[in-house]
Design a protein around this ligand. Structure first.
Ligand SMILES: [Zn+2]
Length: 92
């Protein structure tokens, strides 16, 4: 799994991989955006960095153009599943 695309990560690529974005502001405010939300907020070809720059903290108003807001991505399943083992549904 070392094949990393040379192209910059885009919103569309994240959504495709069911990844969401965590934005953590220096003031302590955190925003998690699920792939569904990302898809509604930005064009799929929007670069992730550009998307971050457009973001503004709703608590203190800091801009995403600065390093004071940090962006990480997460896989949707781990965010919602909370490390629970996969549920096996049996028909009985
Ligand atoms: Zn803030």
């Amino acid at each position: 799994m070392s094949a990393i695309s040379p192209r910059p990560m885009t919103v569309g690529a994240l959504v495709e991989r069911e990844r969401g974005v965590n934005l953590a502001c220096r003031c302590g405010h955190k925003t998690a955006l699920l792939p569904d939300q990302l898809a509604k907020m930005a064009h799929p070809e929007t670069r992730l960095l550009a998307f971050k720059r457009r973001f503004r903290c709703s608590m203190c108003g800091r801009s995403g153009t600065s390093d004071e807001i940090r962006m990480t991505t997460f896989v949707l399943t781990t965010a919602l599943g909370d490390r629970a083992p996969p549920v096996q549904r049996s028909p009985n």
